[in-house]
Design a protein around this ligand. Structure first.
Ligand code: A3P
Length: 300
């Protein structure tokens, strides 16, 4: 299925619904049966994140690693959301993540999901697929999600910042609580060896190092030249300019409100949180995030 960007005008902002205990919108639940019955292949790679943790960045890195040399035309002609379909997204007649994924002729197929770990279709586990999870510190993740919800007409209305701040802590955002999401996937890593858990902050700090780790997980050995080229292409300023990576071809997003490639920084939360909010947040965070092995950096 190919996507006509001009037709991507949303009817209205959706309501948040409680779906198996997780806040969702109908865009991600209407195709539930088909998504749950999706037939993964052993070489499929699932890229999983809480929204705004760096999905597009890692998707683009993986796409370049696998197809940058063999299919260079892909880089200039197919937007990232078609190269790496969003499995659970269902907005017919324009978007069906499962149709897009099934239509992929590449091997491996790169597939994106924002599902909390318990919602991942069982065939991915049965096929022992590789999975890459990207996590981002809660404060920056919240800020990024806030601006995304402001500009994206298919997200519920975010309200003002202080409202949003509370909703994030209450887990009342699409795909549920950040806390459960990052912790659920982290816990899965203890029992499922084909899961590579990475952090947005590490990618910002040293993209090359993180690409090396990814390659070793994926069993890839690109040349030094190729790695250098990829590291350059996926720098924020380059991706921001790249219409095949920056979502400028999607009509539902109003870049006048906020661009998709917004800042790409660690620590932007300091421009949004008041001192009181930061303290309130930290106190609540300590109660919710009990596992000492899962640590995030809010600055680098
Ligand atoms: P900000 O809103 O903080 O700028 P996702 O792809 O999961 O929706 O995440 C989007 C976030 O990742 C945005 O964060 C975006 O700017 C950031 N991002 C995307 N590509 C990036 C890159 N190459 N370098 C740094 N940040 C990047």
């Amino acid at each position: 299925m190919s996507v006509d960007p001009d037709k991507l005008q949303p009817p209205s902002r959706p309501e948040l619904i409680d779906f198996h205990g997780v806040s969702m919108t109908h865009y991600f639940t209407d195709n539930w049966e088909t998504v749950q019955n999706f037939q993964a292949r052993p070489d499929d790679i699932l890229i999983a994140t809480y929204p705004k943790a760096g999905t597009t960045w890692v998707s683009y890195i993986l796409d370049l690693l696998y197809f940058g040399q063999t299919m260079p035309e892909r880089q200039t002609s197919i937007p990232i959301y078609e190269r790496v379909p969003f499995l659970e997204l269902f907005a017919p007649p324009l978007f069906s993540g499962t149709d897009l994924a099934e239509g992929l002729s590449t091997s491996p197929r790169l597939i994106k999901t924002h599902f909390p770990v318990q919602f991942v279709p069982k065939s991915f586990w049965e096929q022992n697929c590789r999975m890459v999870y990207v996590a981002r510190n809660a404060k920056d993740n919240m800020v990024s999600y806030f601006h995304f919800d402001r500009m994206n007409g298919v997200e519920p209305d975010p309200g003002d910042w202080s409202n949003y701040f509370q909703k994030f802590m209450d887990g009342k955002l699409v795909f549920g609580p950040w806390y459960d999401h990052v912790s659920g996937w982290w816990k899965k890593k203890q029992t499922y060896s084909k899961l590579h858990y990475m952090f947005f902050e590490d990618l910002v700090e040293d993209t090359g190092r993180e690409i090396d780790k990814l390659c070793s997980f994926l069993g890839l050995s690109p040349s030094a030249e190729e790695k250098k080229q990829i590291t350059g292409e996926v720098q924020f300023d380059n991706m921001k300019k790249n219409d095949m990576a920056n979502y400028s071809t999607i009509g539902v997003m109003d870049f006048k409100v906020s661009p998709f490639m917004r800042k790409g920084k660690v620590g932007d939360w300091k421009n949004h949180f008041t001192m009181a909010q930061s303290e309130q947040f930290d106190e609540d965070y300590r109660k919710k995030m009990r596992d000492p092995t899962l640590q995030f950096r809010t600055e680098i």
